[in-house]
Design a protein around this ligand. Structure first.
Ligand code: ZN
Length: 327
């Protein structure tokens, strides 16, 4: 028996694909019925097995693609947009996402070029270019495959405080610059994307602003958690792991974990490690070689977080950032 969530005229049909995904135990999307229209919130992975699971779930709920009126995306990552084109092939419906998601889901040529140059500059400045040769090869492949990868339709731009199908849009950057929460105030439900997961965490992934400068992703993440905590919420419907109650508790845990992570980075610098790569290996060991981009996002993010909070200082030495503890 599938679990549905129902209150007043509102309904959520979860599609929870229980499959290990990195350190996470499921990939989720949701059908949300606001009493008048049906939205698909996120669209999972573009794999044959996810697709099969998706269609089986719809069948079990007695819902067809023809019943879906629009697609809403919490952010642009591949595990959230996977079947958008699949749905659009069957039915042309509006797709909504944060305005910063649009160049990303369309794989715009200029966006991809900017991204490549940003990572080249950033990894160079943090002295870790040698670790990420594969990343650049992947970006080159993505560029070549951009026409096949892109969402094949216009995307309607959302921003903070917009409303779509009765859901309030709340910007929650950090995991990605385009992350948003969808909130139904009448039933106090939040569709939280990857911001808050139960008993699991996602990373603040380094990204860039319009001037191609590094965003303060960890500070943004922390701010988004504060914002999310303030929203009166009954059910949280996250992008991974199961839906849960009492989101404040989970957010408290996450905030204190963030403090600890900052502390570990400061301690590494206090112990004499000054550059990003040494700090990364000291804190993450072999994971630096297997989960390179995620680990570097984490280390660079927390170093910058500690700088912003006045706990570390940084200076350029031979074109590379070195860090020091502020006493
Ligand atoms: Zn995700």
């Amino acid at each position: 028996m599938l679990t549905q969530y129902q209150k007043d005229s509102k309904r959520v049909y979860p599609i929870i694909y229980s499959q290990q995904y990195g350190s996470l135990s499921s990939v989720n999307c949701y059908l949300y019925d606001n009493g008048g229209s049906l939205s698909l919130i996120d669209a999972g992975l573009n794999t044959p097995r996810f697709k099969e699971f998706f269609y089986n779930s719809l069948k079990n709920y007695n819902i067809s693609i023809q019943d879906i009126d629009q697609i809403l995306l919490t952010h642009h990552h591949e595990d959230h947009v996977g079947l958008v084109n699949e749905v659009l092939k069957v039915k042309q419906i509006p797709v909504y996402a944060h305005y910063l998601a649009i160049p990303r889901v369309h794989f715009d040529e200029s966006f991809l070029t900017n991204k490549y140059n940003f990572f080249l500059k950033t990894y160079k400045e943090y002295g870790c270019l040698d670790l990420v040769t594969q990343r650049f090869k992947t970006m080159e492949q993505t560029f070549l495959n951009r026409d096949r990868l892109r969402i094949q339709s216009e995307v309607c731009a959302l921003k903070d405080r917009d409303e779509v199908e009765g859901l309030h849009v709340i910007e929650a950057p950090g995991h990605s610059p385009d992350s948003i929460l969808f909130y139904d105030p009448t039933v106090k439900w939040q569709f939280s994307g990857d911001l808050v997961l139960k008993k699991a965490s996602t990373n603040a992934i380094i990204d860039f602003n319009d001037d191609l400068n590094l965003l303060p992703t960890v500070s943004q993440y922390q701010q988004s958690l504060f914002t999310c905590r303030e929203i009166e919420t009954e059910w949280m419907f996250p992008g991974h792991q199961n839906p849960f109650l009492q989101h404040e508790l989970e957010i408290e845990r996450k905030l204190s974990r963030m403090e600890k992570k900052e502390r570990r980075v400061i301690d590494a610098v206090a112990n004499g490690l000054q550059d990003t790569v040494s700090i990364a290996y000291n804190l993450y060991g072999k994971k630096v070689d297997t989960l390179t981009s995620l680990v570097l996002s984490e280390v660079i993010g927390y170093l910058e977080f500690a700088v912003t909070r006045g706990n570390l200082s940084k200076r350029m030495d031979n074109g590379q950032w070195v860090f020091q503890v502020i006493k």
